[in-house]
Design a binder for this molecule. Structure first.
Ligand SMILES: [Zn+2]
Length: 68
């Protein structure tokens, strides 16, 4: 089964029994458990970026209110 490589974003191979994830492009060779953690870690960082952006927007919105 083809999955997206969490390391180089190319096509990696997920074992049929979900026991491993291997990528020929960057020599990634990890267990599925590690793969899930890898994805969760990347998603968490992505959410942080979105959170910071929302805070920034809220911040400038309140500045605009103060200006009024
Ligand atoms: Zn890779």
């Amino acid at each position: 089964m083809k999955v997206k490589c969490p390391k180089c974003d190319k096509i990696a191979e997920l074992g049929d029994d979900f026991s491993y994830v291997k990528c020929q492009h960057c020599d990634l060779d990890i267990t599925y458990g590690e793969y899930v953690k890898f994805i969760a870690y990347k998603d968490a960082r992505y959410s942080d970026i979105l959170g910071d952006y929302a805070q920034e927007k809220d911040g400038s919105a309140s500045v605009t209110l103060d200006d009024w």
